[in-house]
Design a protein around this ligand. Sequence first.
Ligand code: B12
Ligand code: SF4
Length: 640
Amino acid sequence: MVPPFRPEPGLVLAWRASPGGTAQRQILITITLSPTEIARLTRTRHTMPTMSHGSIAAKSSTAHPKHSLGSQARVLLLSVFGPYAQDDAYGSRLINPMELYHNQVTRVQHAFSLRTFNRSWGLMLIQANLKADCTLLDFPSEERFLEEIRSHSYDIVGVSSIQTNLFKARRMCKMIRKHLPQATILVGGHIANLPDLKRYCDCDHIVKGDGVRWMREYLGEDPDGPIRHPQVPGNIGSRIMGVTLRDHPGDKCATVIPAVGCPMGCNFCSTSAMFGGKGKSIEFYRTGYDLFEIMCQLESNLAVQAFFVMDENFLINRKRALGLLELMEAHHKAWSLYLFSSADVLRQYSMDQLVALGVSWVWLGLEGKNSRYKKLAGIDTIQFVRELQEHGIRVLGSTIIGLEEHTPENIDEAIEHAVRHDTEFHQFMLYTPIPGTALFAEHEARGTMRPLTEYSIADIHGQKEFNYRHPHFKNGEETEFLLRAFQRDFDVNGPSVVRIVRTTLRAWKRYKDHPNPRIRARFAYEASNLPRRYAGVLWATRARYRDDADRVRQITALLDELYEECGPISRRAAPIVGRRLYRALVREETRLRDGWSYEPPTFYETNFANGPAGSVRIRSADPPCVTRDTKSHDASAHVR
Ligand code: B12
Ligand code: SF4
């Protein structure tokens, strides 16, 4: 049972018709204020009283608010407080953990689910690019957050949140006001697109779009200065089958953030909407050379040769991608890249180019059979996924449940279509109009949004229910359809880890004798787990599925293929590693059955020396020392 959100005194949440009497709706909050509260809310805090809201990067800097202390201001940046994987009154939900895969990809795979955390990269990027002293408290508990604002003095406190975590952001603002009444409060991240956010959160500025530029302007620093890059491992504390992955090729990688936003502008996409929508994106690193410089530093400082490229559609800037490839070739970099991409953009590259660029994972929007997205037009995605896999490119397919044409009668067909892709990972998400997107505006205009009183915003994370009236799904049946999709994919295609071993093995067989030593080296690195660890994975998984004849047959065939390729060493290793893994797997299953969940550790970091006790000073990767223009710009020129 999810405990209901208990509104604090004076807070009323309701939808009502806008004054014009149209179908437009707005969120109405009535807040009863004491005279001191009114005085506090209306007071100017070190800021020019020009704008109540932040600006997207493209707005004129003359209207930009400034902090009176400039770079002398002390800044604290915060992510919303945990714990996350539990049902509570502040909007945490057990089914919405702070984990990418277990949240929305492998959530029904039990102990086979990949458990891992990612840092709050947006906050890290901001911190690395301010001259002002800036402290970051990432994933605090509520107590730790309170301790920080009670025991330290800050001039600016910035909270990053997504819309789902509104109640936490609201509580944090309230607490900051109470304990640091002189501080300016900023709220940024995807929550900024929520209409009337200021009515919920007692903050001074809502920052929409890129926070680096906004903060630099706010502090009187150079908004066009070069972008330093945080040095951050892509994944933290990864576990699978009950085992923690340490130095595991395939997990050990650095995050690199070339850009934010996506010029494709799909109607439901809040990331695209956040950074300007169709035709727009914000590039931090415009050329292959800029990116290469950063990646070289991350490579040596973090000892990685794989990169999680945090860019919604990295390959869309072809010149930059091919520029990077040229430098990788010239400098013999056998890097692996984990990318997000749309199918049409991927298709603009030859397989040779993708392989040479080290593309070894791609997060691919499959959306739905016959969905009308331009990025999928004329592409047989099942065939395309197969082709990518044959070249060692593992695919995380992303399918939408609840497209307008989906009905209770045809949903199984839609699910079967998704499952037939047999991708290594498959994300299923509910079609959800998020404020700020074209889809939301459409539903608003049609009057099909559900009243806020009917649901909690904390449940609008794409894995539970709709926030609008679907034309065909009634009475919350989407919850079961979504779960059915995950379960079907798991039942038919089995644990993702086996699919990953399959594609890694086939790619190794195909590329181990490639004439280019750089390409051979990359495949060798990715295949280095095969003889022992992956042999053990298959052995243990087969043991776990011993009562399922089909699965046993399938895994045995793959294991035989692996033995043939890797020789006697793998035959000897499989049962030894496998038995150990099997025991860990069963232990993990018991733990999970008993209600075990995972939480990310807290990080406390400063961008200056001699920070408070317990804090760690960050280091960042520096770009080539030229002034960069990171303004929002028309990126459509890159799309052929
Ligand atoms: C990494 C990630 C995660 C990580 C979270 C890591 C973390 N520490 O928070 C994981 C995998 C755990 C995750 C989970 C979820 N996520 Co998520 N996630 C992302 C992802 C892919 C990347 C975010 C990122 O780092 N981008 C790169 C950085 C540089 O950009 P940024 O974060 O936007 O930050 C910039 C600005 O926003 C701004 N900014 C950000 N914070 C602040 C704060 C201040 C003070 C200021 C001034 C500026 C500022 O400045 C930054 C630099 O320009 C985005 C999609 C995307 N591409 O952005 C989705 C996204 C943010 N997630 C989203 C959602 C919905 C979720 C989930 C609910 C699950 C789901 N259904 O997808 C859960 C929630 C988990 C929870 N309990 O809170 C949505 C948010 C929708 C919305 N409008 O609110 C997004 C946009 C994906 C999408 N399109 O649906 N997520
Ligand atoms: S292609 Fe992907 S990232 Fe780009 S707008 Fe569409 S859904 Fe968003």
